[in-house]
Design a protein around this ligand. Structure first.
Ligand code: NAI
Ligand code: MG
Length: 412
């Protein structure tokens, strides 16, 4: 029997192209695992009225470890229109299966490392005042609270009367009291102290483990006094236990401006759900974008690893596939690290870094050319060729040069 069982959920579109490629690497590296396929995504919604079928939930509950590709989501009305005729009008409503999965298994800690790989032509560069350019090393890990905040799903258009009445007890609701129900939409930002403390602690633990000197709480407590206020308060409480790691506090809006000015000044960043989603995408833009952005959704019991990109439907049907599988590979690296297979994780990460540094094999995004069928004839590597290149590096013993191309820390 294999030591590990991984529930694999390729999902929709390019999820089906990148996830099998990650499995090729995990097999090649000798990860002792069995893989069990599970259904998730748009087809499940259209045919069953549920994008996260119960059989998939059961598999995850049993095996506790998942690798996920991507799903397609569509707005409410479009989703209803694509539902199979027998299911229409039966009260099914579309929910994002990944958000549901996070809530169902309390995957409350989302870890999104944004690390620049030397030699990546997509790395952020900065103009020097005296002329010329420099390329700061970005080594940021975003800790996003994954189950609460504005993504908790507590929202209404035309809130029920009792909700309106409750809102009306707040003085600041006065300007909205006369708005007709159908013209009023409300999303509730829920933050609990326990969850705020937990994400802060996870972030500080990571900082201590991997030698980051600062943790930044990125919120907006001057305006969102209650919710961001509680996040910041808890960050301060937790920080006391982790001296000499410095706690910095930034506002989400200012942070999105500063990150292109001095990205090297940030290490671990804590944010609530929406702000964490925003700031992790923003930092990912500095290290190569969606082709390089990996993530882990971690709960006490279950953990699911996924690239942050979506299903990219416009490239889903291309054969050979052209999208960059590195974000998926780095998600597999995170999975290896999570289960304690650190040596294998580092070997895989170093092989990826070596391919990026060498620069001979690049997918279309790394060449900054338009995606599409023509990309291959313009010299872009296919998805599978990128895997082949990493496989070839895995077969070579790690040289001093390979190791040197890895950033100082082992946070991914
Ligand atoms: P997307 O991430 O699927 O793609 C946006 C664009 O980024 C693509 O058209 C492509 O140009 C580029 N891109 C994405 N992944 C890439 C890769 N691995 N290599 C190279 N280029 C890549 O986002 P979009 O187009 O906004 O959404 C498409 C569908 O995916 C929607 O239905 C959306 O709801 C869903 N989605 C799902 C997510 C998930 O499964 N976690 C996350 C984001 C979007
Ligand atoms: Mg996102």
């Amino acid at each position: 029997m294999a030591k590990y069982t991984v529930v694999t959920m390729p999902g929709d579109g390019i999820g089906n192209q990148v996830l099998p490629e990650a499995l090729r690497l995990l097999r090649a590296i000798g990860f002792d695992a069995e893989y069990i396929h599970a259904d998730i995504g748009w087809d499940c919604w259209c045919k069953e009225g549920n994008a996260l079928p119960e059989r998939t939930v059961e598999l995850l509950a049993k095996h506790k470890l998942g690798l996920f590709g991507a799903i397609t989501s569509k707005p409410k009305k479009e989703a209803e229109a694509e539902l199979k005729p027998e299911l229409k009008g039966k009260g099914y409503s579309y929910f994002s299966p990944i958000v549901t999965m996070r809530q169902r298994f309390h995957l409350d800690t989302c870890i999104r490392p944004c690390l620049s790989f030397p030699g990546n032509p997509l790395n952020f560069i900065r103009k020097k005042p005296a002329g010329g350019f420099e390329e700061p090393i970005v080594d940021v890990v975003v800790f996003r609270q994954n189950t609460e905040g504005l993504y908790a799903g507590v929202e209404w258009t035309n809130p029920p009367e009792r909700v309106r009445a409750a809102l009306a007890t707040h003085a600041k609701f006065k300007p909205f009291t006369a708005v007709p129900g159908p013209d009023l939409a409300v999303s509730v930002r829920v933050i609990t102290r326990a969850a705020a403390r937990k994400i802060c602690r996870a972030a500080f633990e990571w900082a201590r483990k991997f030698g980051y000197t600062s943790v930044t709480i990125c919120e907006k407590p001057n305006v969102l006094r209650e919710t961001s206020g509680m996040m910041e308060e808890e960050a301060k409480v937790v920080a006391k236990e982790y001296a000499p790691i410095r706690l910095q506090s930034t506002n989400i809006d200012a942070q999105t401006m500063w990150l292109t000015k001095n990205p090297e000044d940030y290490g671990v960043i804590i944010a609530s759900n929406l702000f964490g989603d925003v700031i992790s995408d923003a930092f990912a833009g500095l290290i190569g974008g969606l082709g390089f952005a990996a993530s882990g959704n971690i709960g006490d019991d279950v953990a699911v690893f996924e690239p942050t990109h979506g299903s990219a439907p416009k490239y889903a049907e291309l054969d050979p596939g052209i999208v960059n599988p590195i974000a998926m590979f780095l998600s597999a690296v995170m999975l290896l690290r999570h289960v304690g297979e650190t040596e294998k994780a580092m070997r895989l990460r170093d092989a990826i870094a070596a391919v990026v540094k060498e620069g001979k094999v690049r997918t279309y995004d790394m060449m900054r050319i338009p995606g599409g069928a023509k990309a291959i004839s313009q010299g872009a590597a296919s998805t599978m060729q990128m895997t082949d290149a990493v496989l070839a590096k895995l077969k070579q013993p790690a040289t001093a040069q390979t190791l040197e191309c890895v950033a100082a820390r082992d946070g991914i």
